[in-house]
Write a new protein. Structure first.
Length: 177
């Protein structure tokens, strides 16, 4: 943790980060390990995620709230997916060996009603962008910075994610309000 704290200037931010670190380190590790299925890579993903959180520390207002938990989980999931894709390209291992499922993610933190179950059926790239946009209220530019993708990519993921969600809603009989 000293490494992280050395990257932060203000004492208030150091204190905020320390509370974040203690509150969410295990949850972040479990989220990364669900995707990567490798404890060492999961630890590396958590480390990278904490570095990204430091870059976006001003966006976190409260440590113990569902939005903060969702924010840190989205970041670690995105980092883990990056690690997963990089490993997949480097190793060229079969898809069956590397398949991952985000089965026990706590969806109640992001939406209410029947839509929450459908969000988990979306690919993670779409659901994470949709949650950041609509549940957390971030602008496209902020999402691009957080996830380290282009704004155009954010717009495309939002568009495709909404279409995918609408399709799931119509198939499942859930109507928009």
């Amino acid at each position: 943790m000293l490494l992280y704290l050395s990257l932060i200037d203000s004492e208030e931010d150091k204190s905020k980060f320390e509370r974040l670190y203690l509150a969410y380190k295990q949850q972040m590790y479990y989220a990364a390990n669900r995707i990567l299925k490798d404890s060492h890579l999961a630890e590396d993903a958590v480390h990278q995620a904490f570095l990204r959180i430091i870059d976006n520390l001003e966006k976190i207002n409260e440590n113990e709230c569902h939005k903060t938990k969702g924010f840190v989980v989205i970041i670690v999931e995105h980092v883990a997916i990056d690690f997963y894709n990089r490993r997949k390209k480097e190793n060229a291992v079969s898809w069956e060996e590397n398949e991952y499922v985000l089965e026990d993610m706590e969806k109640k933190d992001f939406t209410k009603g029947g839509i929450e179950a459908l969000l988990l059926e979306l690919p993670v790239n779409y659901s994470s962008v949709l949650r950041l946009k609509y549940a957390h209220g971030y602008e496209n530019q902020e999402i691009a910075k957080i996830l380290r993708i282009t704004e155009e990519n954010v717009r495309q993921r939002i568009l495709r994610g909404r279409k995918f969600l609408e399709k799931l809603m119509s198939e499942g009989g859930i109507r928009e309000v």
